[in-house]
Design a protein. Sequence first.
Length: 305
Amino acid sequence: MRKIIPVFDHSAEPNASRMPTWIRQQLGSKKFTDTAKSVHSNSLNTVCEEASCPNRGECWSHGTATFMLLGDTCTRACGFCNVMTGKPSWFDDEEAQRVANAVHEMGLDYVVLTSVNRDDMKDGGAKVFADTITALRKNKPDIGLELLTPDFNRVQQEAIDIIMSQLNEVKCDSLSTQMVWGHNVETIPDFYKTVRKGSNYERSLKLLELAVQQDGVEAKSAIMMGMGETEEQVTAVLKDLRSVGVQRIAMGQYLRPTRYHLPVKEYVSLEQFERYGEIAKELGFSWAKSGPMVRSSYHAEEEQS
Ligand code: SF4
């Protein structure tokens, strides 16, 4: 059952109905329909749909999607996220193969996999990520892999061990980066109590730090802007991410999915996004994307920004 949490002071949103002209959604195309068919005929969830991503028209029209493993119900209730919250009962040990089938149909060379939080599972769902990696590499040994995982709560090391042991089994010698391991800090630590209730900034940094230590793994994170953060606070987060070895960063505008979610405090200007991109480069991120429509999986397949 969908649990909707009315959290915030709605009056704080600045002219939400009047979004700046740079916030746009593209309409679909024939390729969009093909992508939808591959996703739906294989009974898969995507974060593109579940989180109402504004880029779905563009990404699906280019034949890409981000698969959301482990069901459509999340055990946490972040104030910005449109994914359903509740007590998941779902488990499907054929999902990995169906993801591989869809990816094969779509002809993808690079795949982003994410999942809901599954704090109810002993391994946080790590085995399902691992099985999906194996199924994908069995179909296409050199496929580019990117995970966007939960923080795995108290089982971080176990989750990493499960995923890495299967990744090492299907290692591709022609790839220098075997996998990008993404985990989004989403916002500045001061906002965690409202924005990422149930999560912990230090725990997120710890997961990224552990991920970076794995052979062939690059770490990635993302921050949503427009929640009232200052440049100084964002810079501090970027420094924290670099200090644990994160190489890739995505920064985009938060858009409120429904009136029950956190209000937008500010539509960050294009100039400010450019400035964040420059700061990230100065701090040594090798891959940095910054712009209103940027999401962690947006144009993820591009080698460099
Ligand atoms: S940005 Fe990511 S989540 Fe959004 S539509 Fe594109 S692939 Fe899907």
